[in-house]
Ligand binder design. Structure first.
Ligand code: ADP
Ligand code: MG
Length: 325
């Protein structure tokens, strides 16, 4: 075992993440003492990654550290919140110093990028499990919810969903068709997803609803639809597909993956027509990396339309040639 629990925390986690003046007492005591900014609401999220369930066995440890934080930052981004503090509950099978060094480096790099301080946690032994809680702030009553969309709003998504699913296939060794640059790009999207925190903050001024895409665009759009009591209509021809995903899977399968692939941690958001011009001026789509994928209608579900016809996804996957009215 080598390192004691105390030495392990000291070595790998005490200086992890950003330094913040609102941390009155960080790692080392029984609990952290934090000073929220006056007049803000606290936004909190927690997510757990279990080896073999949420990431493959023998994943690069820097990626495990990055992803465990990124999934939470993405949840805060979807609320329009500014992340500040994180707590880490780490369950380890063994104390592997090189694994821990890489893991904490992946976590540290992303935490610093977002000015997040690691203020506490817990270390225990068992099957490799990483649970991170993130706390952040939002202006009172302004958090972006899933429930604010209205008929007529336009629907947008960041990035190119499906890339992470392609990257997982690369990581698992089951994607052989693609070129080397495409494989490298997709793998990177899976291992080191981007949390759209800065955009989420800016969307407070424009969006009516927002969700982060963790379980596939169509499924998560369905959650937004349900919460907003409306229909999300995604346009098949408007799905943003990366060149790499297209190269790896061809047009039809790539579009399918962009709808069903998980873990992209992109933002899907809705904007009322009256706010579109201002949003496009303040947040040019090219620079901020989002594109319009659909529109909100009356209903309570998410559907994909192609040439005005609703496509049928009722079977496992979907049949490109079978449609319903
Ligand atoms: P206690 O037994 O009182 O819960 P611990 O000995 O578990 O305290 O933890 C000591 C300090 O180290 C606490 O401040 C705790 O938040 C922090 N800590 C423990 N494990 C981790 C970890 N994996 N990452 C960050 N901080 C940790
Ligand atoms: Mg204690």
């Amino acid at each position: 075992m080598g390192l004691s629990e105390f030495a392990l925390i000291d070595r790998f986690f005490r200086d992890c993440g950003a330094r913040r003046t609102d941390v009155s007492l960080g790692i080392g005591d029984d609990a952290a003492v934090l000073e929220p900014p006056p007049g803000k609401q606290i936004v909190a999220a927690i997510d757990t990654l279990v080896e073999g369930v949420h990431f493959p066995l023998h994943s690069p440890p820097a990626s495990v550290g990055h992803r465990a934080l990124a999934v939470n930052l993405s949840d805060l981004a979807a609320m329009g919140a500014e992340p500040a503090w994180a707590l880490l509950a780490l369950t380890l099978r063994e104390v592997n110093e090189s694994w821990l060094a890489e893991f904490s480096r992946g976590l540290d790099t992303l935490a610093r990028e977002h000015h997040v301080a690691l203020v506490g946690g817990d270390t225990t032994s068992g099957p490799l499990t990483v649970s991170i809680q993130v706390l952040g702030f939002v202006e009172p009553s302004r958090a972006l919810k899933r429930s604010g969309a209205n008929a007529g709003d336009l629907v947008f998504v960041t990035g190119s969903p499906g890339d992470s699913a392609g990257g997982l296939a690369v990581e698992l060794g089951s994607l052989h068709a693609a070129t080397q640059p495409a494989r490298t790009y997709l793998r990177e999207r899976f291992l080191f997803p981007t949390a759209r925190v800065a955009l989420g903050r800016r969307l407070l001024d424009f969006a009516s609803a927002c969700i982060d895409v963790s379980d596939g665009l169509l499924g998560d759009a369905g959650k937004l639809a349900h919460a907003s009591r409306c229909r999300v209509e995604l346009e098949y021809s408007k799905l943003p597909i990366s060149a790499a995903l297209l190269d790896a899977y061809g047009e039809q399968r790539a579009r399918e993956l962009s709808l069903s692939g998980g873990e992209d941690f992109e933002l899907c958001f809705t904007v009322p027509p009256s706010r579109i011009v201002d949003m496009e001026r303040a947040l040019p789509a090219e620079r901020w990396g989002y594109s319009r994928v659909g529109v909100i209608k009356q209903g309570t579900d998410a559907v994909v339309v192609d040439n005005g016809t609703v496509m049928d996804f009722s079977h496992s996957g979907y049949d490109h040639f079978s449609t319903v009215r």
